[in-house]
Design a protein around this ligand. Structure first.
Ligand SMILES: [Zn+2]
Ligand SMILES: [Zn+2]
Length: 267
């Protein structure tokens, strides 16, 4: 089984009780750090020190603001879990700069105990990472800075989930997501967003997300990264193009039991 805990599903600017892009796979793999992942994940019972692996989709602010907090919360990981491995961090080209920024904010040179032992690895489209029973394939996202999509596959069952990160539609996305059980796709742009703005921000409309789901023949589409005031309209626009779609819900947990078999546990 692959489990996905939805920690944050909001657009880039969050209000009270909200969190932006942030998910935990199988209890120990974090995708993006949102504004405040280390606090938000505790609302679902996950401790920051449970996280052994971090995948960053891209280094826009709403995806990495929580990085210093995650470091600070994880500085206790080997006291809480004596057998805890070093924190492994994977991501795109901007990742080292963001890591250095987080370390500088925490004044790691003066207070090295505030940052856990960690290893940073740049990963590129076409590569994969093996994490025990889960293989993580790396895809490309089309965004104004170097960005990744990730596909998690349980090697024993073949069940899979794809996270697009922030991206505009591009032709390789449905190929990367082909046949996945669940496609977690951003839907930041509304259908009436001006073309000039869409070219600048390179996000997806709900119709774009539905198009990727349809071309990929995904089992289920989950829309995330949507401003709260747009959520219902976004859902309706996507639904007219792909039938099995729903909005990501903060605090919900998705279990992929195997190919074509999913179940949701709502908060
Ligand atoms: Zn974003
Ligand atoms: Zn972005």
């Amino acid at each position: 089984m692959i489990s996905v805990q939805f920690i944050g599903v909001s657009g880039s600017r969050v209000g009270p009780g909200e969190e932006t892009a942030c998910y935990v796979v199988n209890g120990s793999i974090l995708i993006d750090t949102g504004w405040n992942a280390s606090v938000s994940m505790q609302e679902t019972g996950i401790r920051p020190t449970d996280i052994d692996t971090l995948f960053i989709t891209h280094c826009h602010q709403d995806h990495i603001l929580g990085l210093p907090g995650l470091f600070f919360a994880n500085s206790q990981r080997k006291r809480v879990r004596p057998d805890a491995p070093d924190l492994q961090i994977y991501g795109p080209l901007d990742l080292p700069l963001s890591i250095e920024g987080a370390r500088a904010l925490l004044r790691a040179n003066q207070y090295p105990q505030c940052v856990p032992d960690h290893r940073v690895t740049l990963i590129y489209p076409g590569e994969s990472v093996d994490l025990g029973d889960v293989r993580v394939d790396v895809g490309r996202a089309f965004h104004p800075l170097d960005a990744r999509a990730y596909r998690f596959t349980e090697t024993s069952t073949g069940g899979s989930v794809v996270f697009t990160g922030d991206t505009a539609y591009h032709e390789y996305l449905p190929v990367f997501a082909k046949g996945c059980d669940v496609l977690v796709h951003e839907a930041s742009s509304t259908p009436d967003t001006e073309l000039s703005a869409r070219q600048r921000v390179l996000h997806s409309t709900p119709q774009d997300a539905a198009r990727v789901a349809s071309e990929a023949e995904a089992g289920e589409l989950v829309l995330v990264h949507t401003a709260s005031e747009n959520r219902q309209a976004v859902l309706e626009h996507a639904r007219s193009n792909f039938s099995n779609v729903q909005l990501g819900i903060k605090g919900a947990r998705l279990e992929i039991l195997g190919p074509g078999r999913t179940q949701w546990i709502y908060p």
